[in-house]
Design a protein around this ligand. Structure first.
Ligand SMILES: Cc1cc2nc3c(=O)[nH]c(=O)nc-3n(C[C@H](O)[C@H](O)[C@H](O)COP(=O)(O)OP(=O)(O)OC[C@H]3O[C@@H](n4cnc5c(N)ncnc54)[C@H](O)[C@@H]3O)c2cc1C
Length: 554
């Protein structure tokens, strides 16, 4: 069984060659921002045959798209706000994203305990989930199930038996937001888009009629500035959308963003050994938070607070930590967590649309498109889950402007690594590769983890590992270097942080491993990129800072 693997190499080392192609070219579309929104737009446009270039100032998914709750979900809580259209759209999208990226969008049963004085009663939960199943056209096999108190506690014995009255089990999908984004980018590249990370848009350029004609770009890999020309420019910079709108002639007119910060904490699975994912009440303020098991960890979140600080550096602060720990203590009093249990954390900013008089948690999660008189299109709001529909709406407008007829192609477009027709096919693939990888002493756990990270592209990693067999004796190092080689050649990794944070998620879920792995990874990257001493110093500083910040709440 040989599912389709990546066909296009995609390496930062080739940057100078990639940029040569941009000279004297006018693209149909320039996308600014390499989060899920920008990546989705680039893929949609490229798959309709448009020439596309995407620019990301840091790494792909560096912004909110690596700092979410990592769920592809219908947003049950938006039913409470009667956002039926939104629930319907993202609910339907869940199944599509799952089909197209089975390896990184995994079904996950979610338990909703119904508690004394909680925000949802037994009947309102049953009704909400009934509506949810219908709006999202949930498959019968994944339909909600109402549980008695006993069944709820059997499903999750850690829950507090004195306040749990009943429960509901329903399906969500778990993902890795940064990996979903890189798979979108890689698929766009396979459809001939040019995608450049570590490249910042500095200013828009205009013609004599003040229509936007492209942008000036600073490339941090080659340390040079250049201009990109495009017939259409989309600002998909999430929390930075208003910052870019302010650079345009119209400025931030009319609607503006309202940023809300969300924090997640990661603890060792043993410290909160839940059997399954939970969505539970924070009784003190009527909000709900998730606790999700992932590999050897459990992560918990999120908060939802107004944010006025620097957009580039939201942090998990003491108040955020106290809030989440208190919520856990109330629900799992026999497993009280303390700050010392926190292995890692992340803080992200929701780019919501401001509505006068509403607090962050009351604001709609709907997306909004802004059209400026210069022709600049900006898009903000929305959910990771809804990236495909958001992209369709934006690209429909661009296609119209270009006078073309090209319909959206992404509904059945399999993302890089996701070439599996069913869950059974994916499971079978893992089993086969576990067998084959015994020859290089790779464990079933290692292969399973890599398969869920890279899908069919695991085959390219295994090819690397077999080729390294004679050179590298230690099996764990061999697999690590094989993975790094794939990340460098096919996933545009340009820094240690790109690899340890967004390609592998190790900073969040295997933080302890970084200490042992980073010197070895650094050696190989140094050789690959031929870094000098000052570059090496910068690379280490960036990773160390992220490493420390993940547990610094001062
Ligand atoms: C705490 C939290 C939990 C969430 N949980 C979920 C969830 O479970 N499921 C879900 O569906 N949604 C969730 N969301 C929402 C979802 O994460 C966001 O809607 C989505 O990631 C936004 O993506 P984006 O591409 O618009 O923005 P971003 O991911 O922030 O991307 C914007 C990019 O633009 C880049 N950029 C900025 N300025 C420039 C410039 N001048 N030049 C080039 N590049 C630039 C930035 O570096 C950044 O990478 C959550 C959000 C938060 C904050």
């Amino acid at each position: 069984m040989n599912p389709k693997t990546s066909t296009h190499k995609f390496s930062v080392k080739e940057r100078a060659r990639y940029l040569l192609a941009t000279h004297d070219k006018t693209y149909d579309l320039l996308v600014v921002g390499g989060g899920a929104t920008g990546a989705g737009i680039a893929l949609d446009a490229a798959s309709r045959g448009l020439s596309v270039v995407l620019i990301e100032k840091n790494d792909f998914a560096w912004g909110t798209s690596s700092r979410s709750t990592k769920l592809i979900h219908g947003g049950l809580r938006y039913l409470k706000q009667l956002e039926l259209g939104l629930v319907r759209e993202v609910g339907l999208e869940r199944a599509i994203v799952h089909h197209n990226a089975r390896h990184i969008v995994r079904p996950e049963k979610m338990l909703l305990p119904i508690v004394e004085d909680g925000s949802l009663g037994k009947w309102s939960s049953a009704l909400a989930l009934w509506v949810y199943d219908r709006l999202a056209k949930v498959d019968k096999t994944e339909a909600r199930q109402m549980l008695t108190k006993e069944e709820t506690l059997a499903a999750e014995p850690l829950l507090r038996s004195d306040i749990v009255n009943a429960g509901a089990m329903y399906y969500e999908y778990r993902t890795d937001d940064a990996r979903l984004t890189i798979e979108l980018i890689k698929t766009a590249v396979e459809h001939t888009a040019l995608a450049l990370n570590h490249s910042e848009m500095l200013n828009f350029t205009y013609d004599e009629n003040n229509k936007v004609t492209g942008a000036t770009i600073r490339d941090y890999i080659l340390e040079e500035e250049y201009e990109l020309k495009a017939k259409n420019v989309v600002n998909a910079t999430g929390p930075w959308v208003d910052e870019l709108r302010a650079k345009d002639a119209d400025g931030v007119e009319g609607k503006r963003l309202h940023l809300s910060k969300g924090v997640h904490l990661v603890v060792d699975r043993e410290r909160l050994p839940i059997q399954q994912a939970l969505y539970f009440d924070v009784r003190q303020d009527g909000r709900m938070i998730f606790a999700i098991p992932r590999e050897n960890c459990t992560y918990i979140g999120t908060t939802d607070t107004d944010y006025k600080g620097a957009i580039d550096s939201p942090r998990s602060e003491q108040a955020d930590v106290n809030y989440i720990l208190a919520a856990c203590k109330e629900m799992f009093p026999e497993h009280p967590l303390t700050e010392d249990d926190i292995q890692s954390s992340w803080a992200g900013l929701r780019p919501l649309i401001h509505e006068e008089g509403k607090s962050a948690s009351e604001l709609s999660r709907k997306d909004e498109i802004f059209y400026a008189s210069s022709g600049l299109i900006s898009i903000a709001g929305g959910k990771l889950t809804g990236y495909r529909k958001m992209a369709e709406r934006v690209v429909d407008q661009i296609v119209k402007r270009l006078g073309l007829e090209a319909s959206c192609q992404t509904e059945n477009l399999v993302l890089s690594g996701g070439d599996f027709a069913s869950e059974e096919e994916f499971d079978h693939f893992i089993q086969l590769r576990v067998g084959e990888a015994k020859q290089i002493s790779a464990s079933p756990e290692q292969i399973g983890r890599l398969a869920r990270r890279y899908g069919a592209n695991l085959d390219l990693i295994l090819e690397n590992a077999f080729a390294l067999y004679a050179e590298i004796q230690n099996p764990a190092d061999r697999l690590l270097f094989a993975e790094l080689q794939y990340a460098l050649e096919y996933e545009s990794v340009g820094s240690l942080a790109d690899f340890f944070i967004r390609r592998t998620g190790k900073l969040y879920f295997e933080r302890a491993a970084i200490i042992a792995e980073y010197p070895k990874v650094m050696q190989r990257m140094l050789k690959y990129f031929n870094w000098g001493p000052s570059e090496l110093q910068l690379q280490m500083q960036e990773l160390q800072q992220a490493y420390m910040q993940a547990v610094d709440f001062s």
